[in-house]
Design a binder for this molecule. Sequence first.
Ligand SMILES: Cc1cc2nc3c(=O)[nH]c(=O)nc-3n(C[C@H](O)[C@H](O)[C@H](O)COP(=O)(O)O)c2cc1C
Length: 513
Amino acid sequence: MTDNRNPEAAWTYHDATKHSYTSIRTNPHFMDWSNQPLPFKIYPTLEPMRLPGEVRQTGVAALSAIAESVPAHTNASPDLEAVAQLLYLSAGITRKRSYPGREIYFRAAACTGALYEVELYLVCGDLVNLEAGVYHFAPAEFGLRRLRAGDYRRVLLEATAGEPAIAHAPLTIVCTCTYWRNAWKYQARTYRHFGWDNGTLLANLLAVATALGLPARVVCGFVDANVNSLLNVDPQREVAFSLVALGHVAALPPPSPEKISPLRLETVPLSQREVDYPLMRETHSASSLASPEEVEAWRGHTSATDIPPPAGPTIQLQPLSDVEMPRDPIEQVIRRRGSTRKFAHSPITLPQLSTLLDRATRGVPADFLDPPGAQLNDLYLIIHAVEGLTSGAYVFHRDRGILECLKEGNFRADAGYLGLGQELPADAAVAIFFLADLRPILQRFGNRGYRAVQLEAGILGGKLYLAAYAQRLGATGLTFFDDDVTRFFSPHAEGKSAIFLVALGHSAKHKPA
Ligand SMILES: Cc1cc2nc3c(=O)[nH]c(=O)nc-3n(C[C@H](O)[C@H](O)[C@H](O)COP(=O)(O)O)c2cc1C
């Protein structure tokens, strides 16, 4: 196994999976519909236990839920109903649509290609109405399948080298990613999508946890092999990507009931055949941690370069206060979220844009973001239509709450080109590009820093989706031509890498209120 500390593997992967005008036009790949993967992981020999269907309303405003978190030591434990809410609102089926020859089951969080490669597993002690165990979440049946009976939380505690949030969490949700389900369409670029799609899901999960009064913490530092064995996944196909510790109880988990042995559980093959993209497995292996000592050295002490102080004209953001902001509850906003398929050119207001940026970037509780509030990605914007702002390219100074103008002009055509020649980023009111200086990040976190930076982007992107829908605006994630994005925002963005893109504005379907 390549050492995580030698970040060459992450650079190789990143460079090899860049999109460019030429790479897109010369790629002979096509989607083989006859071999389309199943959207669900199915254990045919295990009966699912149905989750309560009626989702309790928290009534907590989405714009508060995405921006805040519950203090880490608040005693709180989810009951079965809360577990159902967390699962439904992060990975549940919220819409079904029929197309000729197929049905798509749309889920609570946005996901590249609607392919839903992220699976959720629960590792819990005894909860109200849910016995201790390791469970797989089955969205199709809205149920849980128990893979192991008994309290196995100590396995996670050891795998995370005593991470305090895991130590005191009555429940940890483990998110895994399945290569083939997404690579069927996106080939080797799928490993980036793991971070994006896991991230949008976590944006929902974190917001719902806050609304339910549960402390939550994202944990990316763990001994990979131990977590994969606990879940009994085949790491050639499916790998644990992130953990979310939920709730807080004083007692530490008891010793595990048994040594972890393989379960030999049958699962339904996703397709008749799978195409392997070894580069992804190599990147995953090179970003894996092999011992608790390695995990301990890995977490915390974020290093990311600060944006230099503004040198160009600046605009102070005007976010809405708690009193002024729309108060639609988180569950309502998640249920009406969908990716905007066509944007109107109509402008949004400066307070709307300010609220989006302010609420989405108030910090993510994660083991790779220390001190709290640290952020790996920088936000660059192409503003087409925001009342009171000159159209142009901007960079967001989060610490000062300002936008700095990098260049003025109508860049709709550029935004469309950068977003892989799609109309969405050209028609939206604003396109927000996430760029990161990977050098200090990979220097500090090794190859696993690459997982972290993609995951953080997905979480912030997911929060932007929710902040948009909370304000009755639309949003969509997008993919992009990597180096052209950096070039567009240079010299300011010189040396940075393009990580994520989201377009925001009024949907062409709805007239602005
Ligand atoms: C990171 C990310 C990138 C995406 N890229 C594109 C894209 O390039 N073009 C597009 O039309 N939709 C894109 N989407 C939208 C997805 O197709 C959409 O989320 C998926 O079909 C599920 O639908 P929903 O978001 O309406 O629930 C992207 C979504 C995400 C999360």
